[in-house]
Ligand binder design. Structure first.
Ligand SMILES: [Zn+2]
Length: 134
């Protein structure tokens, strides 16, 4: 039986956060966009895939007490808006921190975590969450 750590290593780059970058103005978007809202026509067909920086700071956050049924086992939990070091604002769960220790401006980095499990089939979905760093 492989250990959990080993399974994680064998999922290559799954927590890469893929966005897109406008070649005209250099703005980065997440989720991906096919057109830059600022450059419009000039950006169509030119948007480049961009790997969003995995480190950033907590821009704002809230503690979720009333979780949807699928998340019942882990409530309450923190959901934050993270401003990555390359300027992308994204929403993710904040893990590995006591809820009272989470602060605006705290340094965080993307980590690969189980998002949910599909009922009886047991299919596990992984995705990124953010954990404190530094
Ligand atoms: Zn643009």
């Amino acid at each position: 039986m492989p250990s959990t750590a080993r399974e994680w290593r064998e999922i290559p780059g799954r927590y890469n956060i893929k966005g897109s970058k406008c070649p005209e103005c250099g703005k980065v978007f997440f989720p991906k966009r096919s057109m830059c809202p600022q450059c419009r026509r000039a950006s169509i067909g030119k948007m480049a895939e961009y790997k969003v920086e995995g480190k950033g700071t907590v821009y704002t956050y809230s503690i979720v007490y009333d979780a949807p049924a699928a998340n019942k086992r882990m409530k309450p939990y923190a959901v934050g808006m993270i401003r990555t070091d390359d300027g992308v604002l994204l929403t993710a769960q904040i893990v590995d921190a006591n809820l009272e220790d989470i602060k605006i401006g705290m340094r965080v980095q993307a980590v690969l975590r189980k998002i949910d499990e599909d009922g009886p089939s047991g299919v596990i979905h992984y995705g990124f969450k953010f954990a404190p760093c530094e």
